[in-house]
Design a protein around this ligand. Structure first.
Ligand SMILES: [Zn+2]
Ligand SMILES: [Zn+2]
Length: 131
């Protein structure tokens, strides 16, 4: 599936071919912190299928307790998360769904790191609503 996206300020724009069947949520504590949200939604693209059209993301290298090094790409001006990929020998970009234009058509189909999921964020049905 072809997607396009851009950061909030517009400095960075990209396009990619993603596999919507692999869209997922991550509840890990790092994703909560790095996204500023209760959980993060992403969809993978092969590295060859992800293309920056405008701008240059800033890269933050996150080292996991396992030693795995992940490059977290975001807009240095507005902070929008763009993607994450292996810091070395990248084969896949995990594109952050929040900045993808087609995000409403790419539902997450699985979730991971559920042991650190925030219980209050798992069912928001019934919260008072405003349009
Ligand atoms: Zn931006
Ligand atoms: Zn995570």
């Amino acid at each position: 599936m072809k997607i396009e996206g851009n950061c909030h300020c517009g400095a960075i724009a990209y396009e990619a071919i993603v596999d919507p069947q692999k869209a997922s949520l991550c509840h890990c504590a790092d994703c909560q912190t790095l996204s500023g949200a209760p959980f993060r939604a992403s969809v993978p693209a092969a590295s060859a299928d992800f293309h920056i059209l405008r701008g240059q993301p800033k890269i933050y290298i996150k080292t996991a307790t396992s030693g795995a090094r992940r490059a977290q790409a975001f807009c240095a001006d507005c902070g929008t998360p763009i993607y994450a990929t292996a810091a070395e020998n990248s084969t896949q970009y995990n594109v952050r769904l929040g900045a993808v234009a087609q995000r409403a058509q790419i539902p997450a189909l699985r979730q991971s790191w559920c042991s650190s999921a925030l219980a209050w964020a798992q069912n928001i049905t019934g919260l008072p609503e405003s349009p």
